[in-house]
Design a protein around this ligand. Structure first.
Ligand code: ADP
Length: 247
């Protein structure tokens, strides 16, 4: 069994001849929090889209749990346990936090709006949904409409709906974007907590957060891997300093 949950090998993606991602060999250790960083246009989002199969690679392979998933559709990848946090648009604003998580649980079990399930099944969804809300610190928001929740709380709700799928690996796309200090601290604590028994790959611009949370970091620039290692390893890397600071 490999020590890596996800491994890509020479992953490439071209858009009409433009190489957005070139020969990326990324290894995400099982149980780690791994950050993918790099300047705008570095290829981070494209990498995420390749891993979750929203995009097809031009070349290269992706393995998950040692199995080749390069040609699998996104739903199969999610079913195997690699799940991307959905954007806030996937949280239904006209539903309460509890209803959103219950719906995510019902969908995770296969049905879409299967409200006609047995009473005991509905009770089980309710109990599990409340547990998930507690897990992400939203216990007091169960009855609040998603539309009325502050931004940071909505992101936590988005994470709760993702956890409803019971993922082994979570891909988080800029979890701190647009957040105030206090919200950043709260979501950092949440990521650390959910990362205790899951593998997390996150794209994040806030380098303090990256330094604080990540076990390993991969730096992308112009579609290629520039550096990999701990924060300390990459912070003094001259190429990284140049890519970030132009020095
Ligand atoms: P990042 O997330 O690091 O900012 P992206 O992965 O979004 O970078 O983009 C990498 C490069 O690929 C950019 O130059 C971007 O313009 C280009 N790109 C991304 N998606 C497409 C697309 N669908 N068609 C053409 N070019 C794209």
């Amino acid at each position: 069994m490999s020590e890596y949950l996800v491994e890509t090998e020479n992953l490439c993606k071209e858009f009409k001849g433009f190489a957005a991602v070139s020969n990326v060999t990324l290894k995400v250790r099982t149980g780690s929090i791994h950050a993918l960083i790099g300047p705008n246009g570095a290829g981070k989002t494209t990498c995420f889209n390749l891993l979750t199969k929203f995009l097809k690679p031009t070349a290269g392979t992706i393995r998950y749990r040692g199995q080749d998933i390069t040609d699998l559709p996104p739903t199969d990848v999610a079913r195997r346990g690699m799940v991307r946090s959905f954007q806030i648009s996937a949280v239904f604003p006209g539903m309460t936090a509890l209803e959103n998580v219950k719906l995510a649980l019902q969908r995770a079990r296969g049905g879409s709006f299967d409200f006609w399930r047995s009473r005991s099944a509905l009770r089980a969804y309710d109990t599990r949904a409340r547990e998930l809300l507690d897990d992400v610190g939203l216990g007091d928001f169960a009855g609040t409409m998603a539309a009325e929740m502050p931004y940071g709380r909505k992101r936590a709700l988005e994470i709760a709906t993702t956890l409803a799928l019971d993922p082994d690996m979570l891909l988080l796309d800029e979890p701190m974007a647009g957040m105030a200090h206090e919200e950043i601290d709260r979501i950092s604590a949440l990521i650390r907590r959910i990362g205790k028994n899951r593998t997390i790959l996150m794209v994040e611009h806030n380098l303090n957060v990256v330094a604080d949370l990540s076990d390993e970091i991969t730096v992308l620039a112009r579609g290629e891997i520039l550096a990999q290692g701990s924060y300390r390893d990459i912070a003094d890397h001259p190429g990284v300093r140049e890519a970030y600071l132009g020095v």
